[in-house]
Design a protein around this ligand. Structure first.
Ligand SMILES: [Fe+2]
Length: 571
């Protein structure tokens, strides 16, 4: 049974396809269209579907649209309509001209119209160059059965069904779903049951987004920058910030919609210098988030008695919070899949439908994120030759690249299937040695990133414990851990100011070539650790195709490009 999952309501539009509970392919639309996040997170763009990602998923599965058994969309508009008679609803011509008396978003009718009509757009809105993917389907009635799946249930399914756990507590937190921002659920075998929700406007995700915007960054995108800023701040603003979030007797929380400028000083305009109060506000936000989530987790664990936790939703991309939950929280094991944000809901919506239809939990456990397109050597060679480029084909691309990294060169690393989710994990990465103390600055310069941003290390799984604590595999780079103090000097560029690092542990089994690269670097330098940042420049999505990789390579100061078996070098 093929189930196609779609995410398109907010942003990070994506598609995923399952065959009998096993993901065949999943990818974000941004990688194909080269528009970061697929589209802007504004309510009037809800009609835009991830056509390129759908096309990719169907090609990877080797089927046409007619052969899909079910289509699952990760947002259920009926939950927002509350029994309204949709046949007689009218859309305002200028929605934001007048605020709505009920406090709801003025663009909500248009937002919902975009979603309600998704089946029609899936027939009628294909870009011309992909129109054959429609498979001759002429009307929404001819589509495979199309259903809307609750947003947070989709988040929950995206982590629970691929966790390998058979009994688990599930917690999802993001900015917003249909009417909720947080879901507590319990997974048992094929079933995934809701326990309780936190309803809007209360939302830890929205609070984080508001502070992100207040600090002059792009909300729903740059939250991880605020997380990085937090480690530079003091706790001066913590007592005041804490009062914005209150736990409820029911096991949820309330967030106050206070005026941040009145409480914490004026908004920082984009590009203005960062001052102490900005760092302090980020620190207060981050600590408040961590404390709140810890309290919620302890209560939920006591209630359920379960040992394992699955996390999802944009808030679950906060690897500092995740690290604290792992080290000080009540659960024995925590699973977070790499596309924890909205992109992952395409996978989750498909899993909800798949588990229900087949009555079975998936046998699949997600051990790697490589669900995107791959390009074989012949395809890559055609692109290189077509552009009249000089390249070598060394006997061992991992060895040849390692030799360059050992000389403190920086290389693009383009190998195998692209990652699903926002993190580069050794398929579309920029790689370098962390031994040079200036490497962080050099990498941030290539990527035109702010200097406070850390770069993350990747270490061979077998030797992670020598450099980092605690010892636990983390193939998705989604928890921070401490750099062992005695190793700090060996990897100065991989260590954040607070002594932590966002580490990827690399397995020989799931990422053999990336593992070989790091091991070869270790043989040369004695340190089997590299720094790994996503293969893109500022404002661009991660590269997808060989052409994207070449464009990035030739427009930055990258020293080399390892692309498939081929190596390109600059003078
Ligand atoms: Fe979400």
């Amino acid at each position: 049974m093929y189930t196609l999952g779609l995410n398109a309501a907010f942003h990070d539009s994506s598609a995923a396809i399952l065959k009998d509970g096993v993901p065949i392919a999943a990818a974000e639309e941004e990688r194909f269209t080269r528009i970061k996040h697929g589209k802007r997170p504004v309510p009037f763009l809800s009609y835009q579907l991830p056509f390129h990602a759908i096309d990719y998923c169907l090609r990877e599965a080797g089927i046409g649209l007619r052969e899909v058994d079910r289509i699952a969309y990760s947002f259920d508009p009926s939950l927002c309509l509350e029994g309204a008679d949709v046949s007689s609803m009218t859309l305002p011509l200028e929605p934001s001209a007048q605020p709505r008396e009920d406090g709801r978003h003025p663009w909500e009718p248009l937002f919902l119209a975009g979603i309600v009509n998704a089946p029609r757009f899936l027939v009628g809105d294909w870009p011309h160059h992909l129109s054959q993917v429609r498979d001759g389907i002429e009307s929404a009635a001819e589509l495979p059965p199309f259903e809307f799946v609750e947003h947070h249930l989709s988040h929950a399914a995206s982590t629970y069904y691929v966790s390998g756990f058979r009994d688990a507590a599930v917690l999802t937190m993001d900015g917003r779903g249909e009417r909720d921002s947080t879901l507590f659920a319990v997974g048992h075998g094929a079933s995934l049951a809701k326990v309780r929700e936190v309803m809007l406007p209360n939302s830890l995700g929205v609070l984080y987004e508001r502070v992100t915007e207040h600090l002059g960054f792009l909300h729903s995108s740059d939250e991880y920058k605020v997380m990085a800023l937090a480690s530079y701040g003091s706790h001066a603003l913590l007592p005041r910030f804490r009062s914005l979030v209150n736990l409820t007797a029911e096991g949820g929380y309330e967030t106050a919609m206070s005026d941040l400028a009145a409480e914490f000083g004026p908004v920082r305009r984009r590009g203005e210098p960062l001052e102490g109060r900005h760092f302090d506000l980020a620190a207060a936000l981050q600590t408040t988030l961590e404390e709140t989530v810890m309290d919620l987790a302890f209560r939920f664990q006591r209630e359920t008695g379960l040992d394992d936790l699955c996390l999802a939703g944009g808030v679950a991309l906060n690897c500092v919070m995740n690290g604290r939950l792992r080290d000080q929280g009540p659960f024995r094991r925590i699973f977070i899949q790499p596309a924890a944000g909205d992109a992952g809901t395409a996978l989750g919506a498909a899993f909800v439908v798949d588990a229900r239809e087949r009555g079975l939990a998936s046998e699949y456990t997600m051990e790697d994120a490589y669900l995107g397109p791959a390009f074989d050597a012949a395809e890559i060679r055609r692109v290189l030759d077509g552009a009249h480029l000089a390249y070598e084909e060394p006997p061992d691309i991992a060895e040849a690249t390692a030799a360059l990294l050992a000389e403190d060169k920086i290389a693009g690393w383009f190998q195998g299937r692209m990652e699903f989710g926002p993190r580069a994990l050794g398929a579309r990465s920029i790689v370098a040695s962390p031994a040079d103390p200036d490497m962080k600055t050099r990498l941030n310069a290539i990527k035109q990133r702010e200097e406070f941003r850390p770069v993350a290390p990747a270490v061979v799984e077998e030797r992670a414990d020598e450099f980092f604590a605690p010892a636990a595999p983390d193939p998705f780079m989604i928890f921070i851990r401490d750099v062992r103090p005695e190793k700090a000097d060996a990897i100065p560029s991989a260590r954040h100011i607070d002594g932590t690092a966002r580490v990827q542990t690399v397995s020989r089994h799931t990422a053999p070539l990336f593992h070989a690269l790091i091991e070869a670097v270790g043989q040369r330098t004695g340190v089997p650790v590299i720094v790994n940042t996503s293969f893109n420049t500022r404002g661009e999505p991660i590269v997808c195709t060989p052409e994207d990789a070449l464009a990035c390579y030739f427009t930055t100061s990258l020293d080399a490009l390892a692309i498939g078996p081929y190596l390109l070098r600059k003078r």
